[in-house]
Design a binder for this molecule. Sequence first.
Ligand SMILES: Nc1nc2c(c(=O)[nH]1)N[C@H]1C(S)=C(S)[C@@H](COP(=O)(O)O)O[C@H]1N2
Ligand SMILES: [Mo]
Length: 321
Amino acid sequence: MIRTDPETPDLFLTPVEDVFIRNHLGPHPRLDPATWSLTVEGLVERPLRLDFPTLRGLPHRRFTAVHECFGNPLHPTVPTRAVTNVEWAGVPLAAVLELAGPRPEARHVWLEGADTGDFAGESGLSYLKDLPLDQASAEVVLAHTMNGEPLHPDHGYPVRAVAPLMFGTNSVKWLSRIVLAADRPDHLFTTRLYTRVLPGESETRPVREKDVSSKLLTPVDGRTVPAGSCELAGYAWSSTEVTSVEIAVDDADWRPAALDRRGPDPAWQRFRLRHDLAPGPHRIRCRATDSAGRVQPLSGDRNAVHEIHVVAESGGRPSEV
Ligand SMILES: Nc1nc2c(c(=O)[nH]1)N[C@H]1C(S)=C(S)[C@@H](COP(=O)(O)O)O[C@H]1N2
Ligand SMILES: [Mo]
């Protein structure tokens, strides 16, 4: 779900109408901000019920972040990830927690959406996720704005959580309840699905931080391009800064691409490399490494090296869409 419109193959910000929509439960709620409220309860000194104007009136933070779906949790090997880059604005969770006053025993933050329904054979579910209190406090924002507009109903209007360094599954839409607790909740979406064992580890952990990844967007996969000098470009991202992207054309060695720095926001980073394409078919691959030293695997995982196929034609014009 990267925009591949031939006019704008590689916009830095993904237009809202191009952002994927992922819902696990029944028809999604249409919430009225006049009656919506957010409760903060559990291990807090002052349980709260915040209405929309109150939340909207708290100081907000604006930032750009990669918004990436982990992929279907029922079929972890099928590559069903989708990725976008979005500008959010909202109230830091820490500000709301400060109003409620977490008790010393509080260790975990539970985030619950207003949607309910059935998934994977379980019925009467709500959409519930949880994060360690310290991490949630440092990272999570209660977003009311997406690319400068109020959230679209499909994306969680009026308020959703955004965990900018994590997979989208943690960013609870239609946020209605925050619970502070001593333990993690045992729930389909927290402890039974969305868990994994990372390469080189033996323990199962929840799906949280994004993996290192990259996608080639220029030229567009499957196209015919003029032979000769060609710009190969795309975006790379991870939960930490991406420090290098390499590109391999056909069976040639990996060559480093020029890479933009990430800046203060966890946005995706543009990479590019000029390459002389001989006439004929080509396979082009890209591979990112992040500052934690993680490298995209060649195959087998959902963040495996991305490859595109193009045909270079001498004296030809680029193919029309
Ligand atoms: N309440 C609620 N929040 C949710 C979900 C959901 O089904 N219900 N899906 C999650 C998943 S898996 C993803 S990838 C993102 C998708 O956000 P989007 O639909 O705004 O792109 O929302 C997350 N938050
Ligand atoms: Mo997702």
